[in-house]
Design a protein around this ligand. Sequence first.
Ligand SMILES: Nc1ncnc2c1ncn2[C@@H]1O[C@H](COP(=O)(O)OP(=O)(O)OP(=O)(O)O)[C@@H](O)[C@H]1O
Length: 207
Amino acid sequence: MLLEAKNLGFHYPKGPWILRGLDISLASGEVVGIKGQSGCGKTTLARMLAGYEQPQEGFVKLNGAPLPKQGYSPVQLIFQHPEKAVNSRWYMENTLREGWAPDEKILRELGIEEEWLSRWPNELSGGELQRFCVARALSTETQFLIADEMTSMLDGITQAQIWHVVLQMVKERNMGVMVISHEEPLMGRVCSRVIDLEGAARQENMG
Ligand SMILES: Nc1ncnc2c1ncn2[C@@H]1O[C@H](COP(=O)(O)OP(=O)(O)OP(=O)(O)O)[C@@H](O)[C@H]1O
């Protein structure tokens, strides 16, 4: 399985090019880091790889085909701010089961307590909410996970617990993960290679 972006170019309406001529690929079982200064386009790239945003140039393909437009996406994106990624008018149980039915094992491993399921999102901490977003994204249909500052706002113990579950999935299911982060130590621990987005774009522009 391969998630690939070729000759990617993107700008917001009337704005300058943010990314141009960018080639990036992520294979099953790989954990790849993306770094770069604030504002260089990491989140924009994440949104294109997950199909939320369309590039003006180039393309994103999953196993040689465009990303599916409907249904559960095999490319799941997790953001830094879980409160923006859940419906504030749904009980957590509904949010959790939005795309699939997570089993007991994954809930236990992520430390999701039974009692939280009947709460509203604003009755949970950011870390508790993010565990739900991770469980929701880890369906057996997920082939690639884009983790955009997924654990940046969390304490060390919660961060380690979440990454333990995700890295286990990489092994068990051969899932591919893209880690967007400003935290070099985290990337050093979990990634087999790290791409500097600015360097990658610059090389392409020079070439
Ligand atoms: N909806 C939008 N409309 C216009 N410009 C935008 C929009 N979203 C982001 N931008 C601009 O696009 C550029 C890239 O933003 P992006 O969020 O992808 O950067 P980033 O590398 O993820 O930054 P950070 O590390 O701070 O999260 C920035 O200059 C930002 O101001």
